[in-house]
Every structure is written in C-alpha cells, then in structure tokens.
Design a protein around this ligand. Structure first.
Ligand code: C2E
Ligand code: CA
Ligand code: CA
Ligand code: CA
Length: 282
C-alpha cells in the first residue's frame, strides 16, 4: 500500500496478540452454543438506607483452555464480529429469568429486585432490539419496570435517530435507561435533555478521589455538580466503584442515590443477591 518495492515486518508481540485475538474470535460462536458464558451479578445498593435494590448483570466466559475471561477480553471481539447481538440477547434472557426468580422468591412478598443489563452499540442499532426485549420480558414474566438497560455515554453520542427511537420505545414500555460511564464522553447538557434516560451512572474515575478521607476536593466539586444537574433533570445518580465505607458515606452526603462496588460486594452468583437482600430485611 505504501507503493514501491517495500515490505515490513510486524513485531512479534503484535503477532502474538493478533493470534490470541484470532483464536478467541474463531471459538466465540461455538462458545455460545456450548454454554460457556455465565453471568455474575453485582448488587446495587440504595445509599439512603443501605438496602439492595437489584444488581447489574456482568457476563463472563468460562473458556475450556484459558479459564474465566472477563468481558474486556471478549466483548470488543463479539462487538466487531457481530456475535454481540445473539450473546447480548442471551444475557438479557438469562438476566430476565433471574430477576423474575428473585422477585418470586419464597416467603410470599416478592422482593422488588431489579436487574441492570448492558447494551452494546451494535445491539442498540439492531432493528430487532425492541421486539426481542418485549418477547424476552414476556417469556420471563418480568415487568418492564424491573429492567434497566445501560448504554454508555459514548454509544449514545454516536446514536442516530433510529437508535434513539429504539431507546424511546423501550422507555415508553417502562424499561429504565441508564447512561453508563457518564462523564467519560463529551455529551453536553442540552443533549442530555433529549435522551430518554432515567439514571446517570457516574464513571468510577470520578469516585476514586473519594476512596479515603480527606477526599480530592476537585472530584467532590464535580460529583456535587453532576448530582445537582441530574436531580434538576429528574435523573437519579448511581455511583460505581465504591470500595470504602468513607467513600460511601461521602457519596451519600453528596446526594448520590445508588451505589455499586466492592465495598458492598464483588460480582457473584445469582443466589447470593437474594441472601444479601434478605439480610437487609431482617
Ligand atoms: P461497566 O458496565 O462499567 O461495569 C462495571 C465494571 O466495574 C465491572 O467490570 C465490575 O466488575 C467493575 N467493578 C465493580 N465494582 C468495582 C469496584 O469497587 N472497584 C473496581 N475497581 N471495579 C469494580 P467487568 O465485570 O470486568 O466488566 C467490564 C465491562 O464489560 C463493563 O463495564 C461493561 O461495559 C462490559 N460488560 C459486562 N457485561 C456485559 C454484557 O453482558 N454486555 C455488554 N455489551 N457489555 C458487558
Ligand atoms: Ca454497566
Ligand atoms: Ca460503568
Ligand atoms: Ca466502565
């Protein structure tokens, strides 16, 4: 492509990475058929009283050779190969079933637990998204209000009218939409008003400065500003990456609504959420 009689070698490291990527990519489709994916759930906690409100579904791949792979190792591959559409549909099916069973848990009173599911840019573009979601909720017997779909700020900035329409239709059905990794993109305030979003999920990078006391004063100001903006627009604020009690206290005092992080629980098996929420009730 550079023209002339010229050739170049890619460096060995780069080759190794390309090979690893290629081998993962080739076994991705079969992995879905073979049932190698599983989901861990990380609790979402209401800061005001510490009760468990639900959980975020986080997908993992139990690879027969490499062991458990995190989403950062395969979601980008699934996204670039298109497998993310069937994989994402599976995650939604599984999470909806799970949320239904939390809510129907023994003891009569269904605990009003909800589930958050990540939606990738390709899923958002996919014309079947709304119909698939309706069918999945119907099959699981799950009320749309028990589902929150998380879309990253960057995916939304790039969204066209069709994609925004998908989100509006889902929001009209009663599904909550959360703007994930908020603060890492460049959405402006007037743009936020046009989106059918009910929650801002503040990126971990903003809450890191509050891990120990005294907190980083600039981070505190930023969180304060975002909370006040969000509440003015009737949006709730969820904070990610809460790792210490001091951080949780501070974020609660700043008016954040919901928190998620290792301080409460690492992502874990679905049964554990029920145990955690029952512990609340007692
Ligand atoms: P995310 O949506 O921002 O998810 C939060 C990530 O932060 C998770 O990483 C979670 O394990 C991690 N985390 C939670 N609490 C803490 C904490 O206190 N401290 C620290 N340092 N980290 C914490 P994970 O599970 O590796 O997921 C990474 C990303 O992969 C997610 O980021 C999400 O964008 C994507 N992802 C996960 N599951 C799915 C899925 O089913 N579909 C799609 N499209 N993307 C997914
Ligand atoms: Ca998320
Ligand atoms: Ca996030
Ligand atoms: Ca993130």
């Amino acid at each position: 492509a550079a023209g002339g009689n010229r050739y170049e070698h890619a460096d060995a490291d780069c080759d190794a990475r390309a090979i690893a990527r290629h081998s993962l990519t080739t076994c991705l489709p079969a992995a879905l058929d073979h049932g190698e994916f599983f989901i861990e759930y990380q609790p979402l906690v209401r800061l005001a009283d510490g009760t468990v409100r639900g959980a975020e579904a986080l997908v993992r791949w139990l690879h027969p050779v490499h062991g458990v792979l995190g989403p950062d190792q395969f979601i980008p591959l699934a996204e670039s190969t298109g497998l993310i559409v069937p994989l994402g549909r599976w995650v939604l099916e599984e999470s909806a079933r799970q949320a239904r069973s939390w809510r129907a848990a023994e003891g009569g009173e269904p605990a009003p637990l909800r589930v958050n599911v990540n939606l990738s840019p390709s899923q958002l573009r996919h014309p079947g998204l709304v119909a698939d979601t309706v069918a999945i909720l119907g099959n699981a017997g799950l009320d749309p209000s028990a589902l929150c779909l998380e879309v990253t700020e960057n995916a939304l900035i790039g969204a066209d009218e069709d994609e925004l329409r998908h989100l509006r239709q889902l929001a009209d059905l009663g599904v909550d939409i959360a703007l994930d990794d908020f603060g890492t993109g460049y959405s402006n305030l007037s743009y936020l008003r046009r989106l059918p979003v009910s929650t801002l999920k503040l990126d971990r990078s903003f809450t890191r400065g509050m891990q120990r006391a005294p907190a980083d004063p600039v981070d505190v100001k930023i969180v304060e500003g975002i909370v006040s903006l969000a509440h003015t627009l009737d949006l709730s604020v969820t904070v990610e990456g809460v790792e210490t009690g001091a951080q949780a206290d501070h974020l609660r005092l700043l008016g954040c609504d919901t928190a998620q992080g290792w301080y409460y629980a690492r992502p874990g098996p679905p049964e554990r959420l029920h145990t955690l929420s029952l512990a609340d009730a007692s």
